[in-house]
Design a protein around this ligand. Structure first.
Ligand code: TYM
Length: 332
């Protein structure tokens, strides 16, 4: 079986629908076909200020949502990044073969640091993509399913793998990003030209997996549309409606054309009600299951611990080879 690796940051109490559609849905189907590793990347989350108690809780909540959405921890290796020490260690080694300019070209860093200002931006945020490369390369990964905002980071990962292999001898498998084009980007419901994000300033346009049904329903009914009145996909002219169509299509498996036909000659109200029912039906069982899992944190922690052992076995073998190749003296 080929190896798959992906992860999410525990940066909020709940995942948002972009994470669900852009990543989790793919993960769930791909775990049948691949030897899959899914991490909750808590070391990435601390690149921006975090409250320690909340971070711990968000980490558990993120793991619970993976399982609730159908990731099976008995088959796929679902673990917490900081439980496997090799991640931070390989990130250091990789940082020594990464160009300063190369890291500076990462668009996600440029956007975030511009918004925050240089003094509020940590060096950890700058080296964040290198830690992500370490995540992926430790597991000799073949494929990395992500939304398109992560594509540049996976490309950096490929470059670092090739560079290391060329300099020190074949060590890493060179991974490929897998991006589901139609759903690679889900937009904010209130601002349908910006990507939906866990760290959005306003909550009004973000659909959270763990929100109460009534809150989710309200947000959908209030989603921004346009004055044209027809349910039709047109990203440039009708970003709001197009985004809702993408969500509808992703959750039902029906084509956008079919959904347009169904709502031909009907208003946005009907269309939104239809979408509301689809989203609520999809989210509700996941939400229930996640809350059940969170009722027994000891059991959840046990599962994560068993999986961390499985992950560490693979990661430690890669790290040992890396130390050897680089020329670090082994302790006698
Ligand atoms: P994160 O936590 O921001 O997002 C997790 C996954 O969700 C996707 N995603 C979206 N997809 C579609 N529409 C959206 N609006 C949307 N928002 C988020 C992301 O593309 C991602 O696939 N750096 C990563 C986490 C990471 C990682 C890794 C991923 C760390 N190490 C190794 C893969 C492999 C991140 O911050 O994702």
């Amino acid at each position: 079986k080929q190896r798959l690796y992906s992860g999410m940051q525990p940066s909020a109490d709940s995942l948002q629908i972009g994470n669900y559609i852009g990543a989790l849905l793919q993960w769930r189907t791909m775990q049948d076909e691949y030897d899959a590793f899914f991490s909750v990347v808590d070391l990435h989350a601390i690149t921006v200020p975090q409250d320690p108690a909340q971070l711990r809780e968000k980490t558990r909540r993120t793991a619970a949502q993976y399982i609730a959405a159908g990731i099976e921890p008995s088959r796929s290796t679902l673990y917490v990044q900081s439980h496997v020490r090799a991640h931070a260690e390989l990130a250091w080694i990789l940082s020594t073969i990464t160009g300063f300019g190369e890291a500076g070209r990462m668009t996600q860093f440029k956007d975030k640091s511009q918004r925050q200002g240089a003094d509020a931006t940590s060096v950890g945020l700058f080296t964040y993509p290198i830690l992500m490369a370490a995540d992926i390369l430790l597991y000799q990964t073949d494929v990395v399913p992500v939304g398109d905002d992560q594509k540049q980071h996976v490309e950096l990962t490929r470059d670092l793998a090739e560079r290391f292999n060329a300099r020190f001898g074949e060590t890493f498998r060179v991974p490929k990003p897998v991006i589901q084009q139609e759903t690679a980007r889900i937009y904010d419901l209130q601002e349908p030209t910006s990507k939906m994000s866990k760290s959005a300033e306003s909550q009004a346009g973000v659909l959270w997996l763990l929100d109460d049904t009534s809150v989710t329903a309200k947000k959908i009914m209030r989603a921004v549309t346009d004055s044209d009145g027809t349910v039709r996909y047109d990203r440039a002219e009708k970003p709001g409606v197009s985004n809702l169509l993408t969500i509808y299509s992703a959750l039902t498996g029906r084509s956008v054309g079919e959904i347009e036909d169904e709502y031909a000659g009907r208003g946005y109200g009907d269309f939104k009600k239809g979408l509301r029912d689809v989203v609520v039906a999809e989210f509700e069982p996941v939400r229930q299951r996640a809350l059940e899992l969170l009722d027994d944190p000891a059991e959840l922690d046990r599962v994560l611990s068993v999986n961390a052992d499985r992950a560490a076995e693979v990661a430690d073998a890669t790290l040992a080879a890396v130390y050897e190749r680089v020329g670090l003296l082994r302790r006698g």
